[in-house]
Write a protein that binds this ligand. Structure first.
Ligand SMILES: *[C@@H]1O[C@H](CO)[C@@H](O)[C@H](O)[C@H]1NC(C)=O
Ligand SMILES: *[C@@H]1O[C@H](CO)[C@@H](O)[C@H](O)[C@H]1NC(C)=O
Ligand SMILES: *[C@@H]1O[C@H](CO)[C@@H](O)[C@H](O)[C@H]1NC(C)=O
Ligand SMILES: *[C@@H]1O[C@H](CO)[C@@H](O)[C@H](O)[C@H]1NC(C)=O
Length: 190
């Protein structure tokens, strides 16, 4: 009896971790950029460490454009989880994208790691990926708002390897990494 109670508590805990999401159809992410090398390029998940992926330019050793999905927990959600199916020898797990921040940089790196921590993103009417701003701290606070922000770049980064990856700039200033080139990710359903 006690064992079955523990088992059902565990089952409840697990069912709460795997929350009830609506998963979108699969899509790839392409870049819009004034830089002709980057314009039209696609993103591919790339190995940055054990079960850690960055978002690299597709092609060459990184292969084809990766397919992602978008998880929301209510039809009214303006933001949700960018999800990637990480498949290995003995695992097949849907992983969320989260930003990796460094206190000494305004360049944050989107990475994909198994778990439940994510950085929420949204997609506007034409599929452009954004991060929602809820407070504008350049103005007197509080000033609740919901304003999509588009601060994406492709830069030479080093999380586990020297790659060209998608990054997010924290704040309104230009990225301090001098290799960054402005590029807007857009989802394209497959
Ligand atoms: C265009 O982007 C590529 C790849 O990031 C970069 O090597 C090149 O310097 C960029 N060109 C310009 C004019 O910014
Ligand atoms: C999933 O989508 C369906 C159809 O739009 C909707 O009825 C349902 O409430 C959604 N569920 C969640 C968890 O968003
Ligand atoms: C991985 O899991 C997904 C979702 O459950 C499934 O659609 C897919 O076929 C699986 N892939 C492999 C290689 O097992
Ligand atoms: C996305 O939603 C699907 C369907 O509910 C779920 O199986 C998967 O674990 C979710 N992935 C993430 C990263 O939340």
């Amino acid at each position: 009896m006690r064992a079955s109670l523990i088992a059902s508590v565990l089952a409840l805990a697990i069912s709460q971790v795997t929350a009830d999401y609506n998963q979108s159809a699969p899509f790839t992410i392409i870049l819009l950029s004034q830089n002709s090398t980057l314009n039209g390029a696609s993103l591919a998940a790339c190995h940055e460490g054990a079960a850690i992926e960055g978002l690299c330019l597709a092609g060459g050793k990184f292969g084809e454009a990766t397919q992602f999905t978008y998880n929301t927990s209510s039809p009214d959600d303006k933001t949700g989880i960018l999800a990637y199916q990480l498949i290995g020898g003995n695992f097949n797990v849907s992983c969320p994208m989260q930003f990796s921040y460094s206190p000494s940089s305004n360049v944050a790196m989107p990475i994909i790691i198994p778990g439940t921590t994510s950085t929420l993103v949204g997609f506007d009417r034409i599929g452009r990926m954004f991060v929602m701003r809820y407070q504008d701290d350049t103005q007197p606070l509080p000033n609740n708002e919901e304003t999509p922000q588009f601060r994406w770049y492709i830069c030479q980064t080093y999380y586990g390897y020297p790659y060209q990856t998608l990054v997010w700039t924290v704040g309104i200033k230009a990225p301090q990494n001098p290799t960054c080139v402005s590029a807007q990710p857009v989802r394209v359903f497959v």
